[in-house]
Design a protein around this ligand. Sequence first.
Ligand SMILES: Cc1cc2nc3c(=O)[nH]c(=O)nc-3n(C[C@H](O)[C@H](O)[C@H](O)COP(=O)(O)OP(=O)(O)OC[C@H]3O[C@@H](n4cnc5c(N)ncnc54)[C@H](O)[C@@H]3O)c2cc1C
Length: 471
Amino acid sequence: MNIMWFRQDLRVKDNPALVEAAIAGEILPIYILDDSNANEDKMGGASRVWLHYALADLNRSLQGNLSLYKGDAKAILKQLCDNNDITSAYWNRCYEPWRIRRDKDIKQTLSEKGVLVKSSNASLLWEPWQVLKKDGTPYKVFTPFYRRGCLSAEAPRTPLAKPNKMTFVDNKMPSYKLEELGLLPHIPWDKTVIQHWDSSEKGAEDAMVTFLEQGIRNYKEGRNLPAKANTSRLSPYLHFGQISPNQVWHQSLNREQNHHLETFQSELAWREFSYSLLYHFPQLPRQNLQGKFDRFPWQWGGDKLQAWQQGKTGYPIIDAGMRELWQTGFMHNRVRMIVGSFLVKNLLLHWQQGEAWFWDCLVDADLASNSASWQWIAGCGADAAPYFRVFNPVIQGEKFDKTGEYTRRFVPELKDLPDKYLFKPWEAPTEVLQQASVELGKTYPMPIVDLKTSREQALAAFKALKNEEPT
Ligand SMILES: Cc1cc2nc3c(=O)[nH]c(=O)nc-3n(C[C@H](O)[C@H](O)[C@H](O)COP(=O)(O)OP(=O)(O)OC[C@H]3O[C@@H](n4cnc5c(N)ncnc54)[C@H](O)[C@@H]3O)c2cc1C
């Protein structure tokens, strides 16, 4: 009897471990919500909501045979082996530092019990140890990582079909009902978020097909416009493994190539780059990769952080993004960059607070992509945006949401303001504000920070850091 341990691979198609388990014989499919101390990165609220529905879907695909557990994965796997006649265990690899440590330990424990353990790659196009510089060290800059590293490495494997036959066994160890995992919040926020998504494996495939038939047509330019449906919105499915990057990569290669598809493929490689950084620099989620930033005078907490989280900063594009995040569990990439820059370079708040809020609210919250992106935005990462690049939320709004469609959708109290003032309502004459029923400070906040002074403060702090001794 073979355990198939589902983790971040909640799918039946293109699942290498499931294929191997099915070939080996009878399967006992399990999922463990590991909330033990080994888990240093407990899942955020939105991810838990997504997981709830994704597990329900996976269980349907496995004809109701998925056994659910909660607790310490090592202890549970040992008990499963004691209660059933287990000969082997299959899983697909994860790359979070705590999971790597835990899985090594589990592998050793099960092997000592005489259980054969086999792990596979189901979530990356290239393993992090496969793409290295000539001298054997990891890349720290994206373009050479992708061009010299990925594109000259072995091509990503082609996707596998769903196993033709899966024979399930009776599990002798009692398991949890889905509701008993406690993944849904006490407030009905899950319904607010999940109504925007079809969080099933089929939903992932549909999203991919729709995108490759429609959204991709204007991806290169349109991917920067938050009002447009020009990006795939595949990130939560990729995170939970409801679709594999190989399925997406090969589907994109099967079409006539153009600059839109090439740009999309390179975006998929940004995900690979984040995983490579996390693997080679496991301190990525917790420490500035550039040590000199440890002395940067970033602040913690306070009213400004709360205003940012609640989408009440007085800067409409920032508020639209933060409200999109709360209402849908997602935020468009361009807007993620604008709100991130605002947090660390105008509010001068530590990037880890932004990372933590995203971690809790994003349905695609991913340790590698989230921490690499926040370090990039903050300027302290491996391949960071230069610190002096401060996004101006007024200019960004005017440029990337020209007609204001996105901003008006999430900040409806400004919907009647003319485009000219939409991204800077404080400059609107009184009669314009009155006509649009906007009362600054009452129906919509005044800006919580002055852009020019805060930018100068940030740059001065950075300059001081640069002039210090190199670390
Ligand atoms: C501050 C900040 C935090 C972020 N946190 C996360 C996170 O927790 N999880 C996450 O998946 N992405 C994160 N990203 C990256 C990016 O914003 C999302 O992957 C993207 O918006 C997802 O939308 P999409 O699927 O429509 O992307 P598309 O444009 O359709 O791209 C296709 C896929 O490529 C990958 N991808 C694209 N851009 C990036 C990128 N810059 N970095 C890594 N992978 C990328 C994603 O898997 C995405 O689904 C973050 C970006 C920023 C600036």
